[in-house]
Design a protein around this ligand. Structure first.
Ligand code: UFG
Length: 341
């Protein structure tokens, strides 16, 4: 297939791109590099640097690549905490950018779409693990923006026959030998812990230890990024006859922040000092997925269900790339030949 991957220079998008190429698909990556890294884009992908707010680039892209038949939409602002500080960045940009993409895609006849959605749709679940029939109560402007995009897809399906799937990730983690998690600033738990183990930070701050959980810290369901990538490929394969449109993706086991730190101590051999700080706004106490639906309907079966294996793969990537995708040295700046005045 010819697949457009938005956000294909980012963490999950770049690893999914590499898996798609490995499976024989042709991939075009569109990424504005605001968070992603050109170095993360698989060399066999066609890379276009551009923003989804730019109608001219979208129009050009679909005109220049009339054979695109499917889209995987990863590009988005994705931070729960930041969305509580800057709600419009999420409520406006994420939704308008998705609308732009859908408008140009459907105008050009692209009828297959897979959305990166989120566990943040479920702020106060009545039942853990969380199944797809749980009431959707987004936990933050970020979650709300993804919910709105899910609804947009529903209405495009009703009105123009779009075939789509929404994959609701719980906590993506881990890496491959070539690609891993590298955000600036980094806000995610596992890479921050590993930066402590690398001696790049003095400690990890635990955001609240007074939650109603077994040790007072938040519980999350960590899922290997490769298992997410494979879920995308399965959804793509089955897109023409899907029984459902939304799939929750996790391993079904929750770990507290303290348990994740303890696992990282085991794997890295580093003491990883901790400091307890206040709660981070927007963090629900417990998010654990039931992924029965995708297992039953698509035969998804995670290859890396154990937290230790997930953290170990992240540790191997971080150890080999202590500065992320940035090269360990930077060439000296070229001296300016004119004053510019
Ligand atoms: N945490 C800390 N200290 C830190 C960073 C995180 O205690 O320095 C805690 C958080 O409070 C949370 C847990 O570690 O309880 C995981 O936090 P992350 O920032 O790693 O991930 P989030 O759960 O906030 O969010 C991630 C993705 C979202 C997605 C969500 C789904 O970033 O896009 O998982 O659960 F919606």
């Amino acid at each position: 297939m010819n697949i457009l991957v938005t956000g294909g220079a980012g963490y999950i998008g770049s690893i999914t791109t590499a898996e798609l190429i490995r499976a024989g698909h042709a991939v075009i990556v569109l990424d504005n590099l605001s968070q992603g890294h050109a170095a993360a884009v698989h060399p066999d992908a066609t890379f276009i640097q551009g923003d989804l707010s730019d109608h001219a680039i979208l129009s050009w892209l679909f005109d220049a690549h009339p054979n695109i038949d499917s889209i995987m939409h990863f590009a988005s602002h994705t931070l729960v905490g930041e969305s509580m500080q800057h709600p419009l960045k999420y409520l406006r940009d994420n939704t308008v950018n998705a609308a732009n993409l859908l408008e140009h895609a459907t105008t050009h006849g692209v009828q297959r779409f897979i959305l990166s959605s989120t566990a943040n749709l479920f702020n106060t679940p009545r039942t853990i693990p969380i199944a797809e029939y749980e009431a959707i109560i987004p936990g933050s402007p970020y979650g709300e923006s993804k919910f709105f995009i899910e609804r947009m897809l529903h209405w495009f399906a009703c009105t123009s026959g779009l075939r789509y799937a929404c994959l609701r990730y719980f906590n993506a983690a881990g890496g491959t030998p070539e690609r891993g998690e590298d955000h600036t600033p980094e806000t995610h738990l596992i890479p921050l812990i590993l930066q402590v183990a690398l001696g790049q930070r003095p400690h990890i701050t635990i955001f609240g230890n007074d939650y109603p959980t077994r040790d007072g810290t938040c519980i999350r369901d960590y899922i290997h990024v490769l298992d997410l990538a494979h879920a995308h490929m399965l959804a793509l394969d089955h897109l023409d006859h899907l029984q459902s449109h939304a799939y929750n993706l996790g391993n079904g086991t929750g770990f507290t922040v303290l348990e994740v730190i303890e696992a990282a101590r085991r794997i890295t051999g580093h003491p990883i000092p901790t400091v307890v700080g206040p709660r981070r706004q927007g963090d629900p106490p417990t998010l654990v997925a039931s992924s029965e639906r995708i297992r039953q309907e698509l035969g998804w079966n995670p290859r890396y269900p154990h937290l230790d294996d997930i953290i170990r793969s992240a540790w191997e990537w971080h150890r080999a790339h202590p500065h992320g995708y940035q090269s360990p040295w930077s060439p000296p700046p070229v001296p300016s030949t004119s004053s510019g005045k």
